[in-house]
Design a protein around this ligand. Structure first.
Ligand code: SF4
Length: 328
């Protein structure tokens, strides 16, 4: 199922599946598979931010990487504008990378420690032949550094000379170098201090306005995506269990898992009390997901039916979709 929209979407993801094989025995045969992404579908409009939220291992980062084909999907389709990304050969995919970029979670690990900031940002300019002369190359790098709040003095330095927030700014400048339309933000602030998180999110919002960017913003925490997202998708064990506008999802969640995640989000007004829903048990093993509703072993509202029958993602009106038998 897909979310409803009238305008032509920039990105369409249809029944995306990624199963990682598990090999064993002396012949290294496939003995099982991890159901990392299990039939994810959604659409993303140009200029929109879709937040994707869920616990570690729910498949949100794998979804983002499959969209860019940094990981090859097992099945499903990804359409960017009128191009089928899943059917592209290497040359077409390299060309499409100009339109679709990624910012990684860990700014410490995602920047090559042996490269200067100028080479890190300039690499994509060289690959895509975007600079006409050496002076143009340098001017573009300085302009990108200034766009993300750094300056020309930083060009010749190495990543270890920067703070975590500054390194993430370098990662953002690298993504912006090719003037992309879509950026997959893969937990871009999770590794940063809380005070720095807000600065980076504000920067991403400013850049979105300035360049008309579209974001797929992945996070494990609903509080992080609340302000930046137009819509939010909640994932559990490789599937979207709820997707709605931010306003609808935060004020009127339709899935018990979303309710539990929301109950952990701090409320700025101390006079407003929210009952904390503590989920018992661990996230089930994605090698052998539970029968019926994947969430039933931890769901405080589970019924007999939930143990045998998997709920489907159902449109409850105005594009608010949830997969829970309680909405029948
Ligand atoms: Fe809970 Fe059942 Fe709804 Fe699943 S279908 S979320 S187990 S109530």
């Amino acid at each position: 199922m897909t979310t409803q929209s009238t305008a032509k979407p920039l990105l369409r993801v249809k029944q995306l599946v990624k199963h990682f094989p598990i090999r064993g025995g002396i012949l290294s045969r496939v003995v099982d598979k991890v159901h990392a992404v299990d039939g994810v579908s959604f659409e993303l409009q140009a200029g929109e931010t879709l937040g994707v939220v869920g616990e570690s291992g729910c498949g949100k980062s794998t979804t983002g990487r499959c969209i860019l084909r940094l990981i090859e999907p097992t099945s499903g389709q990804v359409w960017f504008e009128d191009r089928d990304v899943t059917a592209m050969d290497k040359a077409a995919l390299r060309a499409a990378c100009r339109d679709m970029q990624i910012i990684f979670q860990d700014p410490f690990a995602s920047l090559n420690p042996r490269m200067t900031v100028a080479s890190i940002i300039g690499e994509a300019l060289s690959i895509h032949k975007l600079a006409q002369t050496p002076q143009d190359y340098e001017d573009r790098i300085v302009s990108l550094l200034e766009t993300v709040g750094l300056n020309a003095d930083h060009m010749r330095r190495f990543p270890h000379e920067f703070s975590g927030g500054q390194r993430q700014r370098i990662g953002i400048a690298r993504a912006l170098a090719v003037s992309p339309k879509l950026i997959v933000c893969d937990e871009p602030v999770s590794a940063l201090d809380v005070s720095i998180q807000a600065q980076v999110i504000n920067l991403l919002e400013d850049l979105q306005e300035k360049f008309g960017l579209t974001y797929l913003f992945i996070a494990h925490d609903l509080s992080v995506v609340e302000h930046i997202s137009n819509r939010v998708a909640v994932m559990y064990l490789g599937r979207i269990v709820e997707i709605a506008s931010s306003r609808a999802l935060y004020t009127d969640p339709k899935h018990p898992y979303t309710e539990a995640l929301l109950s952990a989000v701090p409320i700025p007004d101390p006079s407003v009390k929210r009952k904390r829903i503590v989920l018992t048990g661990d996230v089930p093993n994605p090698i052998n997901p539970p029968k019926g509703c994947h969430f039933h072993p931890r769901c405080p509202k589970a019924m007999d039916r939930c143990r045998n029958e998997a709920p489907v993602l159902k449109d409850l009106g105005e594009g608010h979709m949830a997969a829970c038998h309680l909405n029948d």
